[in-house]
Ligand binder design. Sequence first.
Ligand SMILES: Nc1ncnc2c1ncn2[C@@H]1O[C@H](COP(=O)(O)OP(=O)(O)OP(=O)(O)O)[C@@H](O)[C@H]1O
Ligand SMILES: [Mg+2]
Length: 263
Amino acid sequence: MKMVISGKGGSGKSTVAALLAEFLAEQNREVLVVDADESNPGLYRMLGFGNPPLTLMDLLGGKTEVRKKLRERIRKEGREELGLFEKHRISPEDLPGEYVARRGNLSLVVVGKILQAREGCACPMGVVAREFLKRLEFPSGGIILVDTEAGVEHFGRGLETAVDGVLAVVDPSLEAVALAERIRDLATGSGARFAGVVLNRITPETEGILEEEIHRRNLPVIGRFYLRPEFTAALLRGEKLPLSGEVREELVRILQGLQSGLL
Ligand SMILES: Nc1ncnc2c1ncn2[C@@H]1O[C@H](COP(=O)(O)OP(=O)(O)OP(=O)(O)O)[C@@H](O)[C@H]1O
Ligand SMILES: [Mg+2]
């Protein structure tokens, strides 16, 4: 199963991706996290890795090289879809070791990061992410979680066409709710499944109001995480997220929700 995690900036996309990944790996499931956020560098830390792997952009020769290949392809074939990767089917084992961080059955692949001023649009990374995900093969029962940049630009690049479903993370703000509705419409509009919404950083004061707004828009809620200072503290220390019994129970609910939303 390939799942994109989408939502407003700072809503908790990476936190939810890291919690799901850690929990699934603990359950002996094969998990691959694909970091498709071009800006934030720290997902590897949230997942408990000491260093990030080299990126797919590095593997393909860097941004200038990728841009050149894409231009050549568009000129020759009139479409940018095929040919960046040599193999039609890619398994994480095909990638050289320095491009995949591994810890038990949890792996991390990073698409690329914007590193320099004026290096231009991140679009080539969007094409690399989509093409990689389309070709990616993973053992049955394994799960691929794609963490994305804030907002909906990845939909413009067709990332959702490379996965089985889209999950939206919503924090207690009307912007996050409105964006979740857009995410559902964009995902379903291009034939992807919308797996549901995870509410994040809720408190007793905000939970009811947020649920009401979500229900008004007919968005299915598959999980809820309360505002947990231990998450903020762990991430501030650069440590991986602690999984308490309560958090584990919620992760079970979310995984059940994902299964029923996608099957
Ligand atoms: N349930 C929670 N309780 C407390 N703090 C949280 C919770 N979820 C996320 N945070 C904190 O909120 C901040 C934003 O979370 P996170 O980085 O996961 O969001 P994001 O949606 O991935 O952000 P971006 O759009 O920048 O990628 C982090 O500092 C994290 O520690
Ligand atoms: Mg993030």
